[in-house]
Ligand binder design. Structure first.
Ligand code: 5GP
Length: 188
């Protein structure tokens, strides 16, 4: 039986990476390593957190059809290499994508069996506080990310299979795993 393609999306600063890390602790997933043209942060490792590539290389990946989805976000390119995802799914392994909204919509269109979950913040005030306390996002980017986020939460209710609220990492992780189990039962 093929694995499930689980797409996790949500506004910047919602705590998505923490939830994704917790999901990976609690269940075996193949985590898709994205390609990006943004700079590596000090705590990140090339080919583990991302494949850090040049804009030229990224454009070649698009042209050669190497990406399952891709998007431009905050002035940088991000994309999911297609081949590893296909191989893992075919081998019966569940694959986890942590991607932004435009990419998630491309997966929706090209991969109808995928399970799309949107993580919403408890409130936009809380989201703003989290983005600031994280300290790695420039002030101008915070305003831009917040306005994108407000629109996204509204739209997500139509576009995603489920919207979950991140009040608490433990609770939201358990909720996502329950949704995944339900989804598997439905597709068996
Ligand atoms: P960051 O630069 O903070 O690591 O990620 C910024 C945003 O890009 C996050 O919302 C993250 O989920 C998203 N992202 C990471 N990889 C991909 C990808 O391969 N495709 C798309 N569409 N978004 C991605």
């Amino acid at each position: 039986m093929p694995g499930v393609l689980l797409v996790i999306s949500g506004p910047s600063g919602v705590g998505k990476s923490t939830v994704v890390a917790e999901l990976r602790e609690r269940r075996r997933f193949h985590f898709s390593v994205s390609a990006t043209t943004r700079e590596r942060r000090p705590d990140e490792t090339d080919d583990v957190d991302y494949h850090f590539v040049t804009v030229d290389r990224f454009k070649h990946m698009i042209e050669d059809g190497e990406l399952l989805e891709w998007a431009e976000y905050a002035g940088r390119y991000y994309g999911t290499p297609r081949q590893p995802v296909l191989l893992e799914i075919q081998a019966g392994n569940d694959v986890l994508l942590d991607i932004e909204n435009q990419g998630a919509m491309q997966v929706r269109a090209s991969w109808p069996e995928a399970l799309l979950i949107f993580i919403a913040p408890p409130s936009l005030d809380e989201l703003e506080r989290r983005l600031r306390s994280r300290g790695d996002t420039p002030e101008a980017d915070i305003a831009a990310r917040l306005s994108v986020s407000a629109e996204q939460v509204e739209q997500a209710r139509c576009d995603y299979d489920r919207v979950v609220t991140n009040q608490d990492v433990d609770a939201v992780t358990a909720e996502i795993l329950d949704i995944l189990a339900e989804h598997e039962q439905g597709t068996q």
